[in-house]
Design a protein around this ligand. Sequence first.
Ligand SMILES: C[S@@+](CC[C@H](N)C(=O)[O-])C[C@H]1O[C@@H](n2cnc3c(N)ncnc32)[C@H](O)[C@@H]1O
Length: 226
Amino acid sequence: MVIAKFIKDMQVRLESIPTIGVILYNAFVKRILSKSELEIAQSIVQKIGEGVLIDVGSGTGFLSIEIAKRAPKLTIYGIDLSKKMVEIASGNGREFANVHFKLANAIHLPFKDNSIDFIVSTGSFHHWKQPIKVFNECYRVLKGNTKAWIYDGCYNHPYEEVLKLKRKYGSFQYHIVTRIQKLHGFDWEIYNTKIKRLLERTKFKHNFQMILTHGWMKLDLKKGLI
Ligand SMILES: C[S@@+](CC[C@H](N)C(=O)[O-])C[C@H]1O[C@@H](n2cnc3c(N)ncnc32)[C@H](O)[C@@H]1O
């Protein structure tokens, strides 16, 4: 409990994960979350096979690289504000010519207006200090009629969802995954109140859905036709 509180407090204070956290994350947490991130990679490449995709808060690059492997005609930019994360991700992705990692804060995405075909993000939203700015920045760079899928942890799920997750992961892994989600995300109730209200203050206000999927909450945001 004390450790969990410490990690949560650090996340509020630090948008970027400190080096020791990056090393532990790369070594342990990623292994547990990789199954659900592979499913996310698959669902993205079913939707988009070419163009330019941004992974916001790409961390050590696992998701960006899995997408790059499956969609060689897609160019992927992983964006992260931690130098250490960008360094590790660039090393992890060096074999793939279609994935690049850049140091940047998502409140200022280094891309032109209406130039991006898809945005994804996993486990980063709860770190954002200025989430409305990040969402509006995603809106700015996306082309018309395209989407951003922002995934983050969700806990205290409704009972049917708990059963589904237990069937999928087995009870032990479910327990570990929900522990991680508790440290990296928000309560189900918070999504349906505060986060819903927050999205209503962004440029995606008329075009968003919240969907529980792969054990994550997915904010499915659409930029309308322009
Ligand atoms: C928990 S890690 C998740 C990494 C990766 N997406 C994954 O699923 O493993 C969150 C990442 O978001 C990054 N981050 C937080 N706020 C950010 C911001 N405003 N702009 C860019 N990256 C950010 C952190 O540096 C960190 O690498």
